[in-house]
Design a protein around this ligand. Structure first.
Ligand code: NCD
Length: 320
């Protein structure tokens, strides 16, 4: 086993062998997700989900993953919590820490907040999305989806399209797919490209027809309007016309190219509904399915590391 990290905060610090370890275990869970045997994996452990930002599929997926592994899962309603009364993130973290959770799943609107929190608690922390920074389990579930559809996760040509600059999904995917030696193309309007995009080592296009030429994977992104504080696009209609994925634009990709989207989708803004629902092209439902398996694998590996550290601490104590 080559996954030794205490937390899963991002893709950036992971080595390709660690990524493969998570994906291999997730593959096994995906083949047999509901087996009663899995309920031993997190038995006796407590998982707390703290979502400071709205989420449907990620929170549900972490909850289901924890339950399938036998953890006691608690969802904190952060919108209604003391945070609204002015409590700081660190005070909230320390309060929760005093309840001795084993796994903390955290989503927060500020980049770096989950990392900060992980330094203050004893639990294993999983980043479920921090601002525009990282969303590691999303990139891992995307990678597993690609690996299962294409039979490999290297030397593929992958287009990531749309609102790159506001997207933690794009950042984590660029890092993961780059580490696994794929060719990455970023397609979108210049106003939605992050500054310093050249450093990512990707090819950049502002034209879908050119950028999609012969790619194996088309990954669409949601327009993150909640993170925009001005006019980044002329209008949604115009955006759809130039950057929305429809059958015509998809013709430029390889005939067996797969279409992905992390959800939630804006049909008719970044993607045509019929493409999203086309079971011969779209793997969007598979992404959701792989999400549970990847989160089971990530929590399983972190729990093993947590137990190992606890045993070491006890051994050390006895020896001293
Ligand atoms: C993504 C997120 O929250 O960053 N969604 C998700 O986790 N399923 C992408 C998005 O919100 O567009």
């Amino acid at each position: 086993m080559t996954f030794r990290a205490p937390h899963l905060l991002g893709i950036e610090p992971l080595h390709p062998t660690e990524i493969t370890t998570v994906l291999d275990l997730a593959d096994q869970y995906a083949n047999d997700p509901g087996s009663p045997r899995h309920r031993e994996v997190l038995a006796g452990m407590t998982q707390i989900n703290m979502f400071f930002e709205n989420s449907t599929r990620t929170q549900a997926s972490f909850e289901l993953a924890g339950k399938r592994l036998g953890a006691d899962v608690m969802n904190m309603a952060m919108q209604a919590s003391s945070v609204k009364k002015g409590e700081t993130l660190i005070d909230t973290a320390l309060t929760l820490n005093a309840m001795h959770p084993d796994l903390l799943v955290v989503r927060h609107p500020h980049s770096g907040a989950v990392d900060l929190l992980s330094q203050k608690v004893n639990a294993a922390v999983l980043n479920a999305g921090d601002g525009k920074h990282e969303h590691p389990t999303q990139a891992l579930l995307d990678a597993l989806t690609i690996r299962r559809a294409k039979g490999r996760l290297h030397r593929l040509s992958i287009a990531i399209c749309g609102d790159i600059s506001h997207s933690r999904v794009a950042r984590s995917n660029i890092m993961l797919l780059g580490k696994m030696e794929n060719r990455i193309r970023l397609i979108g309007p210049p106003t939605l490209m992050p500054s310093g995009v050249a450093e990512f080592g990707c090819e950049v296009f502002d034209n879908m027809e050119e950028g999609l030429q012969d790619v194996d994977v088309v990954m669409m992104l949601r327009l993150q309007k909640e993170r925009m504080d001005g006019g980044f696009i002329p209008s949604e209609r115009e955006y759809y016309h130039r950057y929305g994925l429809d059958a015509e634009k998809l013709k430029h990709a390889k005939p067996d190219a797969i279409v992905m989207h992390p959800g939630p989708m804006n049909r008719g803004v970044e993607i045509d509904g019929t493409i999203a629902d086309d079971i011969n092209r779209s793997v969007i439902q598979t992404q959701v399915e792989m999400g549970v398996a990847v989160r089971m694998a990530a929590m399983d590996l972190l729990a093993r590391n947590l137990r190992a550290r606890r045993w070491e601490a006890i051994d050390g104590g006895v020896m001293a």
